[in-house]
Design a protein around this ligand. Structure first.
Ligand SMILES: *[C@@H]1O[C@H](CO)[C@@H](O)[C@H](O)[C@H]1NC(C)=O
Ligand SMILES: *[C@@H]1O[C@H](CO)[C@@H](O)[C@H](O)[C@H]1NC(C)=O
Ligand SMILES: *[C@@H]1O[C@H](CO)[C@@H](O)[C@H](O)[C@H]1NC(C)=O
Ligand SMILES: *[C@@H]1O[C@H](CO)[C@@H](O)[C@H](O)[C@H]1NC(C)=O
Ligand SMILES: *[C@@H]1O[C@H](CO)[C@@H](O)[C@H](O)[C@H]1NC(C)=O
Ligand SMILES: [Cu+2]
Length: 594
C-alpha cells in the first residue's frame, strides 16, 4: 500500500531529518524563506524598468517583435558528480553548480543569455551538452545544444559558451541532451519576463515536477537497451515523484540487501502565499517519463500560458503536464484565514506512466500559518481520465492570434512505431527509422558543408525550402508520446484517437506550443512556418524513448544553411576536442546518444 504511508512520511518530512545540503546540495528551491521573482532586479537592476515598452501579448507577434535590449545575462555552469538524497535515498547524481534542481536562468524578453558550461564530469568522464528548451535560436541554430546534431559533445575538462536571445517570454527549462544525463539531475528552470497577460501580485517562480529514479541513468538506459530475452525492459518504473526536487520516501520499501543510506523524513517543498493575493506558479514537467496531474487542495488554478505561449485564461482543478511541457498558473489565496494551509499535489498518472510511487506532495501555507505543521486539507477528487491526452485544443487559445496557412506548401506523414530487431532489442522508430547519433559528425555542420549524404541512423528528414510545412504524425502504438520540436512553436491543428478527419480546431488561431502529447492509437497534426534554417530535433521527450531511437532531425532550408556559411569556428572546435577525447577514451554509447 503506497498512499497512506506516503501521507504519513510527508507529515514526518514537515520537519526534515536531513539538511538542505544533504538533500539538494546548494539548491534553494522548496525551502523557506522562499525565493521571489524577479530575482535579478535585486542582483542586477535594469536602469529603465522593463524594456518592452508598449508591446503587450495582445498587440505584438512574439515571433517577429522581440525587443533588442542589449543586455547580456551571464551564467557560469559547472556540471559534475555529487552525492545527495533528494527524497532521502542517497544517490550519485550529476549537478549544475552543486544544485538539484539547478539554478534558474532569468532574463527579460529581448535580453541575450550567455552560459559557459564547464564539463567537470569525472570518474567516469562523460561528454555533455545543454539544450535550452523552447528557445527559437533563429539567429544561432548552432547553440541549440544537441550533440551530434548542432555540436560535438563538450569533452570532459572542457568548457563551451552558449549565447542566444530570449526571443519568447514565459517559463522554460534547460537540460542535458546527452543520453539520459538529465535523469541524474542536469536540469533547471528558465524564466523570461515579458508583458503580463493576466493580473497577478506575486511571482513564486518555478515549480519543477520530476519523477525520481533511485538508480543512476546509465543503469536505467542499460536496462532499456538490453535485449528483451536478456532482461531488457523498455519502461523502467520511477521510484518516487518530487516537487522542486523534494519528497519523502518510505525507506522500508527498499529491496532487501540494498544498503544504500536512506532516510524516510527527507522533507518536502514549502510555499508561502500572501492571503488575498494572486500568485503565479510556473509549472514545469522536467521529469523523464511521468505524465503529471498537478493540483492544490481547495483551490482552482487559472492557466495563462502553455510552454512559451500566453493563452486566454481558463480555470481548472487539475493541470496535466507531459514531460517537457510547462503551464503558468495563477492561484488566489482566498480559501481560508491567514493561518490556513493546504497540500500541493502532483500525481503521476499510473495509467499513462510507469511508477512505483506516483504522488508528490508539497505544503502551501498562507502567510500567518505555522510552517512547522502539516496541512490537513482534502484532495480534489478528480479521477484520472486515463486518456493520456493534453487538455482539449478548444480550451487552449493563444492570446496573440496567428492563422497558419490553410494550404501548406507540403504535407509529410510520419509514423511513430517500434521494432524488435534481430538481437531482440526493443527500438522505437520515427518514420520507420530508429535514430542513433554520431557524436563526431553533427548534422548541422555536414549541412553547412553541403554534404547531404546522411547515414540512415541520423534519421534526417529534409523539409527543403517550402515556406509552410504540415506534418501528420500517426501513432498506432498503445503509448502516448510527448513530442517536442526544437526551433519552433508548432501550430497544433488537431489531435485525437483513430485517424484524422481533416478538421482543424480554431483554424484562425490554433494552439501553439513546443511539446504536444501524441495520443496512443491516434494522431497529431501540426504545422510550421519554415522560417528558421537549421537542423531541428523532433522527438519524444520520454528519456527511454529517445534513447531507444524515437527521434529525427528536421533539416530546414538546407540551401540557406549551405549558402550562409555563418556557423562560428567554435562549433568545429567542439569536434576537434571531442575527436581527440574519443580517440584516447572509449565512448560507451549504449543508446541513441540523446
Ligand atoms: C508551530 O508548530 C510546531 C509543531 O507543532 C510547534 O512546536 C510550535 O510551537 C508552533 N509554533 C507556534 C508559533 O505556534
Ligand atoms: C492525487 O493522489 C491522491 C493520493 O492518492 C488522491 O487523494 C488525489 O485525489 C489525487 N489527485 C488527483 C487530482 O487525482
Ligand atoms: C539491435 O539494436 C541494438 C541497440 O541499438 C544494437 O546494439 C544491435 O546491434 C541491433 N541488432 C541488430 C541485429 O541490428
Ligand atoms: C558526408 O557525411 C558522411 C556522414 O554522414 C560522411 O561519411 C562522408 O564522408 C561525408 N562526405 C563528404 C564528401 O564529406
Ligand atoms: C501495449 O501493448 C503491449 C504489446 O502489445 C502490451 O504488452 C501492453 O500491455 C499494452 N499496454 C496497454 C496499456 O495497453
Ligand atoms: Cu515516447
Amino acid at each position: 500500500m503506497i498512499s497512506p504511508r506516503n501521507l504519513i512520511t510527508a507529515l514526518l518530512g514537515i520537519i526534515p531529518a536531513l539538511t538542505p545540503q544533504q538533500t539538494n546540495g546548494n539548491s534553494r528551491w522548496g525551502i523557506l524563506p522562499q525565493l521571489l521573482f524577479p530575482q535579478f532586479l535585486t542582483n542586477n537592476p535594469l536602469p529603465f524598468g522593463f524594456p518592452w515598452g508598449l508591446l503587450t501579448a495582445l498587440n505584438s507577434n512574439p515571433y517577429t517583435s522581440s525587443p533588442n535590449t542589449g543586455v547580456i545575462r551571464y551564467y557560469d555552469f559547472t556540471v559534475k558528480r555529487g552525492v545527495i538524497a533528494p527524497d532521502g535515498y542517497q544517490k550519485t547524481v550529476l549537478l549544475v553548480n552543486d544544485q538539484f534542481p539547478g539554478p534558474a536562468i532569468e532574463a527579460n524578453w529581448g535580453d541575450t543569455i550567455q552560459v559557459t558550461v564547464n564539463n567537470q564530469i569525472a570518474a567516469p568522464e562523460e561528454g555533455t551538452a545543454i539544450h535550452w528548451h523552447g528557445f527559437l535560436q533563429t539567429q544561432t541554430p548552432w547553440f541549440d545544444g544537441v550533440p551530434g546534431v548542432q555540436q560535438c559533445p563538450i569533452a570532459p575538462g572542457n568548457s563551451f559558451t552558449y549565447q542566444f536571445k530570449a526571443e519568447l517570454y514565459g517559463t522554460s527549462w534547460y537540460h542535458s541532451h546527452y543520453s539520459g544525463q538529465y535523469t541524474d539531475g542536469v536540469l533547471g528552470p528558465i524564466i523570461i519576463h515579458g508583458p503580463n497577460t493576466a493580473h497577478y501580485d506575486i511571482d513564486l517562480g518555478p515549480v519543477l515536477l520530476t519523477d525520481a529514479f533511485h538508480k543512476q541513468y546509465y543503469d536505467l538506459i542499460e536496462t532499456v537497451m538490453t535485449p528483451l530475452d536478456k532482461g531488457g525492459y523498455p519502461e523502467p518504473p520511477s521510484d518516487n515523484n518530487m516537487i522542486n526536487g523534494k519528497m519523502t520516501f518510505d525507506c522500508s520499501t527498499v529491496a532487501a540487501g540494498d544498503t544504500t543510506p536512506c532516510n524516510s523524513d527527507a522533507g518536502i517543498s514549502k510555499f508561502v502565499l500572501t492571503t488575498g493575493k494572486t500568485h503565479l506558479l510556473r509549472l514545469i514537467n522536467a521529469g523523464s517519463e511521468g505524465l503529471q496531474r498537478f493540483s492544490i487542495d481547495g483551490h482552482q488554478l487559472t492557466i495563462i500560458a502553455n510552454d512559451f505561449v500566453p493563452i486566454k485564461p481558463y480555470t481548472t482543478t487539475v493541470v496535466t503536464l507531459a514531460v517537457g511541457q510547462r503551464s503558468d498558473v495563477l492561484i488566489t489565496a482566498n480559501q481560508g484565514p491567514p493561518t490556513a494551509s493546504f497540500w500541493m499535489r502532483s500525481n503521476i498518472s499510473t495509467i499513462c506512466s510507469s511508477t512505483n510511487q506516483p504522488n508528490a506532495l508539497a505544503a502551501v501555507y498562507y502567510n500567518n500559518a505555522n510552517t512547522s505543521t502539516s496541512p490537513t486539507s482534502t484532495a480534489w477528487d478528480v479521477p484520472d481520465p486515463g486518456t493520456c491526452r493534453n487538455d482539449p485544443l478548444s480550451l487552449t487559445v493563444p492570446q496573440f492570434p496567428i492563422a497558419p496557412a490553410a494550404n501548406p506548401a507540403v504535407t509529410h506523414e510520419i509514423e511513430v512505431n517500434y521494432i524488435i530487431n534481430a538481437s531482440n532489442n526493443f527500438l522505437w522508430t520515427l518514420d520507420s527509422q530508429s535514430y542513433r547519433a554520431d557524436y563526431n559528425q553533427p548534422v548541422l555542420l555536414l549541412a553547412e558543408e553541403g554534404n547531404d549524404s546522411f547515414i540512415p541512423d541520423m534519421n534526417v528528414q529534409d523539409f527543403g525550402s517550402y515556406p509552410t510545412v504540415r506534418v501528420v504524425v500517426t501513432n498506432p502504438t498503445n503509448h502516448s508520446h510527448p513530442m517536442h520540436l526544437h526551433g519552433h512553436n508548432m501550430f497544433i491543428l488537431q489531435e485525437g484517437t483513430g485517424t484524422w478527419d481533416g478538421t482543424i480546431v480554431n483554424p484562425q488561431n490554433p494552439q501553439r506550443r513546443d511539446v504536444q502529447l501524441l495520443p496512443a492509437n491516434g494522431y497529431t497534426v501540426w504545422q510550421i512556418n519554415a522560417d528558421n534554417p537549421g537542423v531541428w530535433p523532433y522527438h519524444c521527450h520520454v528519456v527511454w524513448h529517445i534513447s531507444a531511437g524515437l527521434y529525427m532531425n528536421i533539416l530546414e532550408r538546407p540551401e540557406d544553411i549551405k549558402n550562409a556559411k555563418r556557423i562560428p569556428m567554435i562549433m568545429a572546435q567542439t569536434c576537434t576536442d571531442w575527436d581527440a577525447f574519443s580517440k584516447s577514451n572509449y565512448v560507451d554509447q549504449i543508446d541513441s546518444g540523446l
